[in-house]
Design a protein around this ligand. Structure first.
Ligand code: DP6
Length: 325
């Protein structure tokens, strides 16, 4: 066994993945029930090294972790060895995030993308990016998209078939910016996996979500390929609001937003009324991400930085796919 290091950037979904194919066998394979579209970001992700060890271990940002995070990593390594028929060896996994872990900046996406690439290489397995995305998906479905750079689609699994991500445009294919407004340092209370499952099981709007995602997906994909920011932005805001609406009417209900999230949304809408082409989205956390043309990014960032409760801002370009270092 070799020591292998991989770097994967995070991605932000324009059209949201929210919900899995139900049933124990499907849930075990982590098959998304809806399609999603995303942009991989530059400069924000996870670097992971996998090396042989006496027993499985996980160190994240310099802190040794046991319990559930380690169990997830061990289960993922078990899966890789089972799928590719290689003898299971114990591994030491060392990861560094440049994303606030579990705070809604999609750290599981970059984490499982980097882990899939580093683990396969450490065990001497060479996979195509497509096959790697299918593997990463089994760890976390959004991770399938982080294997690729630029703009990426992840198809839904309609009948239990395996699904892989694919690239729609590479990182040079469309020059846009995503301005991130951070609105908390805290870890979220409801993880995306738990949140989407609770929603699928209890939300009265979940059937409406299943009926509406495809129009946003098709509109968003056509807009992305045509590089039509306004059409994409409109579909993105609808997909985002529909996703968050499912949580509000789950039983018991939950909401990923805080006051600053709402204030940022209102500020973006106000900016649009003034003619600026800026569109917001939010994932399973309270941060706000705003898509805009490059010349507008400084004004968008300045505006978001002034919103009470915003702790920091950053501007990201489309970034590269996962790489071995
Ligand atoms: C709201 O990929 O974290 O960010 O497959 O259960 O690991 P699991 O879920 P995860 O969910 C991401 C949800 C989202 C939307 C998205 O990224 O598409």
């Amino acid at each position: 066994m070799k020591t292998a290091t991989a770097l994967a950037n995070t991605n932000i979904a324009f059209i949201k993945y929210w919900g899995k194919l139900q049933g124990a066998a499907n849930l075990e394979r982590n098959l998304p029930a809806v399609g999603s579209l995303s942009m991989t970001l530059d400069e924000i992700g996870t670097r992971t090294t996998v090396a042989e060890a006496e027993r499985d271990g996980l160190v994240l940002n310099g802190v040794a972790l046991a319990g559930e995070p380690l169990a997830k990593v061990s289960a993922f390594v078990d899966r890789v060895c089972r799928l590719y028929s290689v003898p299971r060896r114990a591994v030491h996994v060392e990861s560094h995030n440049t994303v606030p872990t579990a705070a809604g900046l999609a750290s599981s996406a970059s984490a499982f993308a980097a882990l899939a690439l580093a683990t396969t290489r450490a065990f001497g397995i060479e996979l195509s990016p497509q096959a790697l995305s299918g593997l990463a998906r089994q760890g976390s479905a959004s991770a399938a998209r982080s294997i690729f750079g630029g703009f990426v689609e992840l198809a839904p699994s309609r009948g239990g078939e395996d699904v892989l991500a694919s690239q729609l445009l590479d990182e040079h294919g469309w020059d846009v910016r995503l301005v991130v407004a951070k609105t908390t340092e805290a870890e979220k209370e409801v993880g995306s996996r738990q949140g989407m499952q609770h929603t699928a099981e209890t939300s009265t709007y979940y059937p409406a979500w299943l009926a509406s995602w495809e129009l946003d997906f098709n509109t968003g994909k056509a807009a992305l390929l045509a590089r039509d920011l306004d059409k994409l932005g409109d579909a993105m805001e609808h997909s985002t609001l529909a996703m968050h609406a499912t949580t509000m009417v789950a039983r018991p209900p939950f909401l990923y937003w805080n006051g600053a999230t709402v204030a940022c949304i209102q500020a973006v809408w106000q900016l649009r009324r003034q003619g600026v082409r800026a569109y917001w989205t939010a994932d399973a956390g309270p941060h706000v991400k705003v898509l805009c043309p490059p010349p507008d990014a400084p004004a968008v960032e300045k505006l978001l930085a002034q919103v009470p409760g915003v702790l920091g801002t950053a501007v990201h370009r489309p970034g590269k796919g996962a790489q071995v270092l």
